[in-house]
Design a protein around this ligand. Structure first.
Ligand SMILES: [Fe+2]
Length: 171
């Protein structure tokens, strides 16, 4: 196999992994949307990011289509890190909102890292058509990761306050 073919294959596998990852992101978000009644600011960001995630999936499909590759037949995300993060976000705990935020922070940063790596492969393989699409998704993931990180102190303070007033704080 030539170096060009190697790069192309690696790119396709990475794109399919990202596609599976984004689908996992949708289910993580959907579950949390119904479970953040006391935190409408979080629900709003999740809703917004759900829309972005749908666009990210379409972008990945567009790139795969241009490469003449399908997005089906992709393997399940058996990546143990992602599985563990997803499991963490499915924990029902009395600090569920906090646990979810920690898991979301890890998940979004994983997505940031994935897109950064994909962009590097796109450049290495001279897949110029893909770079602006991937950059757009990278910027959205970075913005979401930044928001989750910077909102964490306020979220934690609100959680403690609701709890100490005997109000619903878990979600
Ligand atoms: Fe994301």
């Amino acid at each position: 196999m030539t170096a060009n073919q190697e790069t192309r294959n690696f790119f396709v596998v990475g794109l399919r992994d990202a596609h599976a990852l984004e689908n996992q992101a949708l289910s993580l978000i959907d579950r949390q949307l119904d479970r953040s009644e006391s935190y409408p600011e979080v629900a709003e960001m999740l809703r917004q990011h759900r829309g972005e995630t749908e666009q990210q999936i379409l972008r990945l499909r567009e790139i795969l289509t241009k490469l003449d590759e399908s997005h089906s037949g992709m393997k399940d995300v058996a990546l143990s890190f992602v599985g563990n993060v997803a499991a963490l976000a499915h924990t029902v705990a009395d600090d569920e909102i906090i646990k979810n935020s920690l898991a979301n922070f890890a998940f979004e940063n994983y997505e940031v890292a994935s897109y950064r790596s994909l962009l590097t492969v796109a450049e290495a393989g001279a897949f110029a058509f893909a770079t602006s699409l991937l950059s757009q998704s990278l910027n959205e993931e970075q913005a979401m990761a930044d928001w989750i990180g910077s909102n964490l102190p306020a979220l934690t303070t609100k959680y403690l306050s609701l709890r100490s007033h005997g109000m619903q704080a878990d979600r």
